[in-house]
Design a protein around this ligand. Structure first.
Ligand code: FAD
Length: 490
């Protein structure tokens, strides 16, 4: 009997047709897939977990499967059945009284942003595609623009590998038909142990829904400052100080100017030029004006260009399309701009087709995501490590830093490569491995990692952290059916 026939009631793509699901923009080696299940609701997720346990079938769940750079839809284990949750895409409730939204796993950034259009609320968006899921990104603890989406996670509904369905935070105290007037779900810690953290970057269950706190839409100013490499360290320290003293809202992006999103006229070569972006959100226009003056005075000694962009400005004022996109990002509106500009690097026009895993003309994407301290001298030191490796391997790196919290940046280090050139693919993978190993030597670890590097970080038998994760796994997913090896010892 074919494996997919075991899951008779659940829509499925069979193993022959599932080959295309192995394509991935990083050109990781394919894994043997048994097919793709497409559950439509919670009942079907419970059923599939039961069957997978009974028949000992490994499953790999994803929400939209666009985990580009980390493996896309590829599981760590061969002979896995993919579970594609993209059809579970209902927005269950927008509660304006207690300021939360409940969404299913497959809801995309675009869908959520559209649903909030006529409300006073927003949810921060990533720089990835508008069609990526909100839940998959939260489960990776991904990085978003102008605010930190992950801090808005208030509750999760999880079908565990052992078949139990758990709701975290305060959620388990309520029934679905309780009046929305009564449902106060915006206290994430709940009563007893706080389990929200347990189900992100783990493999204990399938997350079917989440509750996210909504942020108010606010007027603000986007601070755009430019400096050269010699002042990068001081610029980072000034921005840190702005966060600590409340001059800015706590979120920052620092990017090299030759990044595909900001490069002008195809100048992708690093020329030592940097752009910093953050937001000023005073309680009143007068306070915003004072904060702006303070920021200007402190930045002047290190920046040769400083601008303040109104988040309600007519976007046409800006010639560079990136600044129009930034205003959208500030307002919680996603786009496909990053993908389009990445494709443009080699003259490819995506023509609205964002299935970049399958499109071999699209440049390859190898990425390392270290957790970098928000400290000027360390930022410069990490850059120099990456530069040395890149020069030695003759690849061209790109650098970005986006806030993960008040103390930590996501270092977003990438190389782009031709996917049809075997040498280029090999070098990109070698670069990725070396970057991870070398950064570890200076005490810098990734905040999120890819399927090729996972083994190195998690299979550490002497580390009681990973041993405890393994113990939890044996209780929550005793047959090890869910994503074996993902953020957990094999
Ligand atoms: C140009 C470019 C820009 C990017 N910009 C950003 C950015 O700004 N910020 C950022 O964070 N990332 C960025 N990315 C990376 C990536 O595309 C996003 O993080 C994306 O949101 C992840 O894909 P997804 O939402 O489809 O998650 P998925 O692929 O669906 O899932 C991610 C992981 O979580 C697990 N998982 C997902 N859903 C479930 C579930 N329901 N139950 C159990 N496990 C689950 C999966 O097994 C998978 O390992 C970028 C990529 C590119 C190419």
């Amino acid at each position: 009997m074919q494996t997919e026939q075991l899951f008779a009631d659940i829509p499925c793509i069979d193993s022959k047709e599932s080959d295309s699901f192995q394509s991935n923009i990083t050109e990781y080696k394919p894994k043997t897939l048994l097919g793709v299940l497409r559950p439509q609701n919670l009942k079907q997720v419970k059923e599939l977990i039961k069957t997978a346990n009974n028949k000992q079938v490994k499953i790999y769940p994803y929400s939209s499967g666009m985990n580009w750079g980390q493996g896309s839809k590829l599981p760590l284990a061969d002979e896995s059945m993919l579970v594609d949750l993209s059809q579970m895409n209902r927005i269950i409730e927008i509660n304006e009284k207690y300021k939360y939204v409940i969404i299913e796993a497959g809801v995309t950034q675009e869908q959520l942003s559209n649903a909030l259009k006529n409300t006073c609320f927003k949810v921060p968006v990533t720089g990835s595609s508008a069609q990526t899921s909100v839940v998959g990104n939260i489960l990776e603890r991904g990085a978003t623009g102008f605010n930190i989406r992950n801090s808005l996670l208030m509750g999760m509904e999880v079908v565990l590998g052992n078949g139990k369905t758990v709701r975290t935070g305060m959620w388990h105290f309520f029934k679905d038909d309780d009046s929305s007037e009564n449902k106060f779900l915006t206290y994430s810690k709940g009563l007893g142990p706080d389990l929200n953290g347990l189900f992100a970057q783990s493999n204990f269950g399938i997350i079917t829904k989440v509750i996210l706190k909504l942020l108010p839409k606010k007027e603000g100013l986007i601070l755009h400052a430019e400096a050269t490499e010699k002042d990068l360290s001081s610029l980072v320290d000034i921005l840190y100080d702005f966060n600590q003293t409340g001059i800015t809202n706590g979120w920052n992006l620092i990017t090299n100017k030759n990044d595909p999103r900001t490069a002008v006229n195809g100048q992708y070569k690093y020329a030592g030029e940097w752009i910093a972006l953050t937001a000023i959100e005073g309680a009143t226009p007068e306070i915003t004006e004072l904060l702006k003056k303070e920021a200007l005075q402190k930045l002047k000694p290190v920046c040769h260009f400083i601008d303040f962009i109104s988040t309600t400005t007519e976007q046409d004022k800006y010639n560079n399309p990136y600044f129009k996109i930034l205003i959208d990002v500030y307002n919680g509106i996603p786009s496909n701009y990053s993908l389009e500009t990445m494709a443009q690097m080699t003259g490819v026009n995506l023509n609205g087709n964002y299935s970049i895993d399958e499109n071999k003309e699209m440049v390859g994407f190898s990425v390392a995501l270290p957790a970098v301290p928000f400290d000027g001298s360390t930022v410069v030191k990490v850059n120099s490590v990456i530069k040395e490796i890149s020069v030695r391997l003759n690849v061209h790196p790109f650098y970005n830093f986006g806030s993960l919290d008040s103390e930590t940046f996501e270092g977003f280090y990438r190389v782009y490569f031709s996917r049809t050139d075997e040498t280029a693919v090999r070098l990109a993978h070698e670069w990725n491995k070396e970057v991870h190993l070398t950064l570890e030597n200076i005490g810098i670890f990734p905040y999120r990692t890819n399927i090729d590097r996972m083994d190195h970080y998690v299979n550490r038998k002497e580390d009681d952290f990973w041993n405890t994760i393994k113990d939890l796994k044996s209780v929550l997913d005793p047959n090890n059916i869910i994503a074996p090896g993902r953020y957990c010892m094999m």
